[in-house]
Design a protein around this ligand. Sequence first.
Ligand code: GTP
Ligand code: MG
Length: 181
Amino acid sequence: MSLVRRRTLLKVIVLGDSGVGKTSLMNQYVHKKFSQQYKATIGADFVTKEVQIDDRIITLQIWDTAGQERFQSLGVAFYRGADCCVLVYDVNVLKSYDTLDNWREEFLKQASPSDPKTFPFVLLGNKVDIDGGNSRVVSEKKAKEWCLAKGNIPYFETSAKEDFNVDAAFLCVAKTALTNE
Ligand code: GTP
Ligand code: MG
């Protein structure tokens, strides 16, 4: 019987419109920090975080990407080998929800996973803190319908600012990514 835990590195790619809070969610998750100031991501960069799932230690390698088109410079090689794709939209900005199909299709085109139908995605509806939820334009129901239509993608409502549901969302990302290992 071996007591040695297997180590696993999982590659996660975070996509979504500019300003939806991709970088903020990752900063909150990994560094427990939040900044009000917006600084556009240029190109792509990753952070790592270790997560324990049952008796396994998983290293999540989470890739942050640029939502602004002029800062996107990612080649096919970047997407290859991804174990999970996290899509983020802002519940207060309709356009960021409407573009989810594009982000998902772009990912599938670039990453060309062996089975696009079962490739693990997770959707995050961010900034639920704003105005106590009064300024949101995309309902939870609507978001869940989209997820169901795309093969039952797990969905989380999050706030990077309030650290709401961020850990839960990324734990799900880790578990979902594991299924694709
Ligand atoms: P790009 O790098 O351009 O793709 O943007 P991004 O998706 O990384 O967005 P970023 O994390 O930089 O956040 C954009 C702005 O929204 C910043 O001013 C953040 O402070 C703010 N923000 C991010 N998440 C939240 C949140 O959950 N609630 C609130 N109120 N503001 C947030
Ligand atoms: Mg960013």
